[in-house]
Design a protein around this ligand. Sequence first.
Ligand code: SF4
Length: 352
Amino acid sequence: MSATANSKGVRNIRELSLDELTQYFEVMGEPKFRAKQVWEWLWAKQAHSFSAMTNLSKELRQKLGEHFTLPVLTIDATQQSSDGTVKSRFRTHEGHLCEGVLIPTEERFTACVSSQIGCSLACKFCATGYIDRKRNIDFDEIYDEVVLLNQQSERIYGHKLTNIVFMGMGEPLLNYKNVLRAIERITAPDGLGMSPRRITVSTAGVAKAIRQLGDDKVKFKLALSLHAPNDAKRNEIMNINASNDLQSLVDALNYFYQQTKNEITLEYILFKDFNDSQKDAEELVKLYRRIPADLVNIIEYNPIDLAKFEKPTEEMTDAFMGYLAKNRVNARLRRSRGKDIDAACGQLANKN
Ligand code: SF4
C-alpha cells in the first residue's frame, strides 16, 4: 500500500504518473485521451474533487471516486499583516496543520511554503523547532500550498506569484523526494509552469543532500541558513551542525555550484551579543570567501517567546553591515515582514 493510500488500499490519484494513469484507462477500456483529460484536471486546472471534472461522464467520475482518493490541502485560517503579508494555516486531509506566507513587495509576490509538519531539527531561535515533527508534507500537498497562495495573490493583489521560497516549516532536504517532485510539478508546462530560477530551497545544512542536489542537476536556487560564523557558535543554536559542520557544508556547496552553477545565498540572522560583533563580521567575511555565494542576506531577528535571543541595536546592525560592505561582500539587510501576525522568518508555529 502506498504512503497515501487509505485504509482500504485506495490510492491517491495524484501519486500516479501520466503513464500509470494511461494504463489505468486502457485496462478500463476507455480511450487514451481520458488520461490526459484527468491529468489536466489534477494539475493544470487544480480540480479538488472528481465531480469537478465536468468533461467526463458522470459514470466515469463515479468510478474514479471508487478507485482513487483525491486528498487536498485546505486553508484553515488566514491573517493579514499591516504590511500586506498574509499568513495562511493549511489543514491536511487528516487534520495536521502547517503554514504558508504570501509576501508582496513592489516588484515581487513571493510564497513561502512549508515542507514538513513541525521540524525535527529544533534550531534554538525558531518557533517551528519547538513543534515536534509529525510527518513530511507530500509533494501534492506542497503543490496545493503554492496553488492556494497563488489564488490568494491573484485575489488580493491582482497578481500571480513571481517567486517561491521553501523557508516555511520544516527542513526541505529531509523531505528530499517530495520537495523535488513538487518542484517538478510546479515548473512543468502541464503543471504551474513557473521558472525554477524563481524558486529557492533553503536548508539548515544537510551536506549529503546538498551534494545530491548537485548530482541531480537541479535548476532552482539554494540558500543556506548559516546564522553563525564558526562551528562553536553554530553548535550552540543549530543541533544539525554537530553532524554537518561548516567544513562539510563549504565542501558540499562548492560541489553543488560546480555541478549546477546555480545561485547560492547565505542567510544570517543577527542576534544581539551573540553573532553581531566586529569579530563575527570578520569571521563571516572569511567564510563567505570559501563559498561560491552570490549574496548574504542579513536578517533582522524576530523574537519569539520560547527563545532568549534579542534583536541587535541599530548601531550594531549598521556597523556589521558597514564592515561587510567595506570588504566587498554582497550583503543585503532584510527587514522582517509580517511580524505583527507571527509570519516572519522563524515565527511559524500554527498560532493563528
Ligand atoms: S529554522 Fe528551519 S530547520 Fe531549524 S527548526 Fe526552524 S524550520 Fe526547522
